[in-house]
Design a protein around this ligand. Structure first.
Ligand code: FAD
Ligand code: NAI
Length: 472
């Protein structure tokens, strides 16, 4: 008899959520994870809770308060003087937030009777997992009727620019600086570069982002990306497009980055360097080859729309499979796989997965951009409403940004919503709900939004799709 109904490999937002849902459905479930905290104790939560979503948002929030106090409080008639930065306390607060949430998962496991096994797991024949305990104990073999692989991802390391953990760092290193770098270089103009670049820029680093492409945030609607680029530069981030790094020389005193841009050869001197050029799946050492688990050329486990791998009873979810590397996508796949194992027939609505970049203001979207719809040959109407015409934005003192709604011509079905502005990450929820329920722009236009709220900009953008906004 199998040891468990389900073994989940990996305890991040994909794995731990899958394990809890399996247990809720009455399946005898174990979750194997290899992460330890600084004291050597097992730590659930994966990248997201430990070195990703949560600590980055803790530092974004703290650094925002610091910069707001320094730069914007006086406009409200409040003079607090020059704020003093206590980075050690800021970092300790971040660690406290992480601890609270990761311990919370351990409690949820206990409540739902999920067996948490601390160790490194590898797939082995006959639906077994070879477990190497982290305490040096003997290797064990565990068998399950079903296995869910949720081993996540790690940062891409460039061959010529190895991480040293202190001055040339990945996101984990940049979340843990114990002093504000005087000059910070960032290679990569993606989500991590912008979020962590913003943190250190707000705290006083002169921050330079070297972006390879000629378009800023190519995954965003171009109108939104252009507006964000303008404001981020105003905020102090030195964002250099079309900058191709050729060499990085690290000396005890400084880091010299040699790169080419449209003006020719350039050199940038910084004190610390964050390399954030994407992440790759953790599938190199999970026994995939030994059991014949199919992966694509980039190492992602090949799965169908239901997250089934080529091997019966073995599923894969989250960052190890196709699709956006986002915590909420991993969790939804985890829930869906658990329910499938229990005999239900859930579906993940991949077309309605929101994305948020937590800059100030935030950038959030769901569905397709104008450029994607044009490329797909779809006729659409677009409604745009700027926050400078929104009463609450004025009262709050931040009128940057806009809402853009894209709806199919004829059916009026909403195909994409793009928000750039304060609290965009919260506001996008309305749009996700609308798209999930296959709403038309007219449905949003007929929905009553409270006054005065930022969400009225969504209402107005929906009215604008039909050329009838009131306040612009
Ligand atoms: P992971 O969270 O990577 O978890 C996998 C776990 O499995 C890890 O603990 C790993 O150590 C363990 N593991 C790996 N191999 C084995 C093995 N063989 N045996 C046992 N255990 C193993 N996403 C968002 O949606 N919103 C955000 O704001 C956001 N911010 C981010 C900020 C940063 C700095 C980073 C780096 C990422 C961020 N992400 C964000 C992405 C998000 O963290 C990932 O998409 C998410 O963690 C993926 O979840 P997962 O469960 O697939 O894998
Ligand atoms: P990214 O894919 O967002 O951006 C990578 C950037 O590096 C791009 O600008 C790309 O053009 C550039 N690049 C790639 N190879 C390069 C090279 N060899 N030299 C120079 N530039 C190069 O990846 P990032 O920022 O590392 O983040 C990884 C993932 O983590 C994201 O894709 C996202 O899924 C997730 N994440 C999500 C967050 C959120 O939801 N708010 C926050 C942080 C991370």
């Amino acid at each position: 008899m199998a040891d468990f109904d389900v073994i989940v490999l990996g305890g991040g937002p994909g794995g731990y959520v899958a394990a809890i849902r399996c247990a809720q459905l009455g399946l005898h479930t174990a979750c194997i994870d290899d992460r330890l905290d600084a004291a050597g104790e097992p730590r659930l939560g994966g990248v997201c809770l430990n070195v990703g979503c949560i600590p980055s948002k803790a530092l974004l929030e703290s650094s925002h308060h610091y910069a707001f106090t320094r730069d914007a409080l006086a406009a409200h008639g409040i003079h607090a003087g020059q704020p003093e930065l206590d980075l050690a306390t800021m970092q300790a607060r971040k660690e406290g937030v992480v601890q609270t949430l990761t311990h919370g998962i351990a409690s949820l496991f206990a409540k739902h009777k999920v067996t948490h096994i601390s160790g490194y797991g590898r797939l082995a024949p006959a639906r077994t997992v070879a477990l190497t305990p982290l305490d040096g104990g003997a290797e064990q073999t565990l068998q399950a009727a079903h296995i869910i692989v949720a081993t996540g991802s790690r940062p891409v390391e460039l061959a010529d620019i190895p991480f040293d953990g202190e001055r040339v760092v990945d996101s984990t290193g940049a979340l843990a600086f114990d002093e504000v770098p005087g000059r910070l270089g960032v290679i990569g103009g993606g989500v991590i570069g912008l979020e962590l670049g913003s943190v250190w820029s707000r705290l006083g680093s002169k921050t330079h982002l070297l972006v390879r492409g000629d378009r800023f945030l190519p995954m965003c609607d171009a109108q939104i990306a252009d507006a964000a680029l303008h404001d981020l530069r105003e905020e102090g981030l030195n964002i250099r497009l079309q900058s191709r790094v050729e060499a990085v020389k690290v000396t005890p005193r400084q880091i010299a980055i040699h790169y080419q841009d449209p003006d020719g050869a350039q050199r940038l001197i910084v004190d610390r360097l964050l390399v954030a050029v994407g992440r790759r799946p953790n599938t190199g050492d999970i026994g995939a080859e030994q059991v014949g688990l199919k992966r694509d050329a980039r190492g992602f486990i090949e799965v169908d729309a239901d997250c089934r791998s080529n091997l019966p009873g073995i599923y894969a979810i989250g960052d190890v499979v196709r699709g956006p590397m986002l915590a909420h996508k991993a969790s939804e796949e985890g829930v869906a796989v658990a329910e499938r194992i229990a005999g239900q027939r859930p579906e993940v609505d991949y077309a309605s997965i929101p994305a948020v970049i937590y800059t100030a203001p935030e950038i959030a979207w769901v569905g397709r951009s104008s450029e994607q719809l044009s490329a797909d040959g779809i006729d659409f109407r677009s409604g745009v409403f700027p926050f400078r015409a929104n009463g609450r934005a004025h009262a709050n003192g931040d009128t940057r940004g806009l809402v853009k709604i894209l709806a199919e011509t004829g059916s009026d079905r909403i195909l994409g919503v793009h928000i750039y502005g304060a609290h965009a990450g919260e506001l996008i929820g309305v749009a996700v709900t609308a798209m999930t329920f296959v709403a038309a722009a007219e449905d949003l236009a007929r929905t009553i939004h409270a006054h005065p709220t930022l969400s009225e900009a969504i209402h107005e953008a929906a009215l604008a799709v039909d050329g009838r906004p009131i306040h612009i």
